[in-house]
Write a protein that binds this ligand. Structure first.
Ligand code: ADP
Length: 521
């Protein structure tokens, strides 16, 4: 029980909570949804297949009806060309001769006769020896009809005409005519008209399997998907079979299923990508808030240390407890250095908050970069010398003036020099290089300090970011210096670049275009 409780209770640390929210609220429901969707697609595919087969069966039923209709029309047309009396007698030889005379041809019908309930007609039809009129009721006629149906005859209503009542035309086409002429006639006219693109292929075959007609040739390995045994009198026993010309029903359904699965897969991938995106963003926000609280702690410490030193040395001086003039000068230097450090830190924080609020303004003017280098070195010379740094400075002679905000560019350079001093350990070396490179002036600050790992060289320019290195954490800092440098350089239309290897040292280069883009335009 305790285990279950532990399993469903929310983890304590924020990252764990974040993961459990994502798994519980997003990942599991979306996996469940995908599973349900897959199952649903499967069922839908089966239903689709059943519907398509049902439709195809319906089409075959319709074709059979149409064929029967064609036969009836053909019989009616032929009968209407003959004398009704000949039809009433229904003697095959006479009818055959009459049909030939009408140009319809011989051997078309096995039987063709007219039945009517009109007494006058019946008299003639039955031709009883003494020519007596015999009343034959419709029921009797119906019985005769059913007997006729049993003999494989078809029938069609005989329309009433002047002076005559209607009746039933009974007929049976010869096998040869029905199986060849009638079927071809239907498929080449009526069926073609209704299926102009020939997307359906129909085959008619004998019960033995012999093919009588097919609307398009079919390879022996291709299956007809639906079949029907015909029941109408003229075509009884023949088999109708149908297939789709291009894709079989099975292939159509499989293709649909295939694409639907691809779509679901795609949606899943998008969902996964979205999840990752949201996850990494939220994680980043968490990280940022962690960095912010580190920042507050670091800045407080950064403020407290120089203030404590300044107070200590100022008090000592005030009380006159300084043993010698030299010591006094040393105390003044410490006060000076620490207040410089404070000013730099406060400037960075103020500038940063101006940038964040979008209120940072730059005043661009033609500027001598060499002069900026000298001013920065002047400010740091004492510290550089006191800490035992080897300093090399190389300023090219042919430097042009650049369009820059002198203060901002100075501050950027100051931050780089400050970092080079802060992050140097055993080998204390500092080099400043200023040279022209085409339409740009490059200011490089090189140290042989702790260096920056490849994976962090981009991140260190983010606000509050400090490298995950224990050496870095020995040194207090706000994580704002390089973010500020980058902002300043971007405002100048330039950039800041880094070349560094852990343990070997770093070179940070400020790239300043001689003319800003707005000026060249
Ligand atoms: P801070 O120095 O106050 O931490 P910065 O924005 O100036 O903030 O620098 C960000 C991080 O970049 C530092 O914490 C440090 O890890 C790394 N870094 C900056 N300059 C150097 C350098 N010269 N050598 C090694 N690492 C450096």
């Amino acid at each position: 029980m305790a285990d279950v409780k532990k399993l469903v209770s929310a983890p304590d640390e924020p990252k764990g909570r974040l993961i459990s929210i994502f798994v519980g609220a997003v990942l599991l429901p979306s996996l469940a949804l995908s599973y349900v969707a897959m199952d649903f697609v499967h069922k839908l595919a089966s239903a689709q297949k059943a519907t398509k087969i049902k439709n195809a069966t319906g089409i075959l039923y319709y074709i059979e009806k149409e064929l029967a209709h064609t036969a009836q029309n053909r019989a009616l047309e032929a009968a209407q060309a003959l004398d009704p009396e000949v039809l009433l007698e229904g003697r095959p030889a006479v009818i055959d001769a009459a049909l030939r005379k009408q140009g319809i041809g011989a051997g078309v019908f096995t039987t063709l006769r007219l039945e009517t309930s009109s007494p006058r007609m019946i008299l003639r039809t039955l031709r009883m020896g003494n020519r007596r009129e015999i009343e034959v009721s419709p029921e009797v006629l119906a019985a005769i009809g059913s007997f006729a149906d049993g003999a494989g005859e078809d029938s069609v209503p005989w329309p009433a005409r002047e002076g005559q009542t209607g009746g039933v035309l009974r007929f049976r086409f010869s096998c040869e005519y029905a199986h060849h002429e009638l079927i071809r006639d239907y498929f080449e006219n009526e069926f073609k008209r209704q299926n102009p693109d020939q997307a359906l292929v129909v085959r008619v075959s004998e019960p033995s399997g012999e093919v009588l007609y097919e609307t398009a040739p079919t390879r022996s390995d291709v299956n007809f998907e639906v079949t029907r045994e015909m029941d109408s009198a003229s075509f009884r026993g023949l088999k109708l079979a149908m297939r789709n010309r291009d894709l079989s029903i099975d292939q159509q359904v499989k293709r649909w299923q295939h694409w639907t699965w691809i779509l679901i897969g795609f949606i899943d991938i998008m969902l996964g990508a979205g999840l990752l995106l949201v996850f990494s963003n939220v994680r980043r926000e968490l990280h940022l808030s962690q960095l912010k609280s580190d920042f507050v702690a670091n800045v407080s410490h950064e403020l407290k240390t120089p203030l404590a030193l300044i107070r200590l040395f100022a008090e000592t001086l005030e009380l006159g407890r300084v043993p010698s003039e030299d010591k006094a000068r040393q105390y003044y230097r410490v006060i000076n250095k620490e207040s410089q450090r404070l000013t730099q830190l406060i400037n960075n924080i103020l500038d940063f908050s101006r940038i964040e609020a979008g209120r940072k303004e730059y005043r661009f003017a033609p500027t001598d970069v060499g002069l900026i280098v000298n001013e920065v070195l002047e400010a740091y010379r004492f510290q550089i010398e006191q800490q035992g740094f080897t300093l090399e400075v190389a300023v090219a002679d042919d430097l042009p003036e650049v369009s820059a905000d002198k203060e901002a560019l100075g501050q950027a350079l100051l931050n780089l020099v400050n970092n080079a001093i802060k992050y140097s350990r055993d080998e204390k070396y500092l080099r400043l290089d200023v040279r022209r490179d085409g339409e740009r002036v490059l200011l490089s600050v090189t140290d042989r300090g702790i260096g920056v790992a490849k994976g962090e060289q981009k991140k260190i320019f983010e606000k509050f970011y400090r490298a995950e290195n224990s050496l870095v954490h020995e040194t207090k800092g706000s994580g704002l210096g390089l973010a500020l440098v980058q902002h300043i350089m971007q405002a100048h239309g330039g950039s800041v670049e880094i070349e560094s290897a852990p343990g070997k040292g770093s070179t940070f280069t400020l790239v300043v275009p001689i003319r800003r883009r707005t000026e060249t335009a």
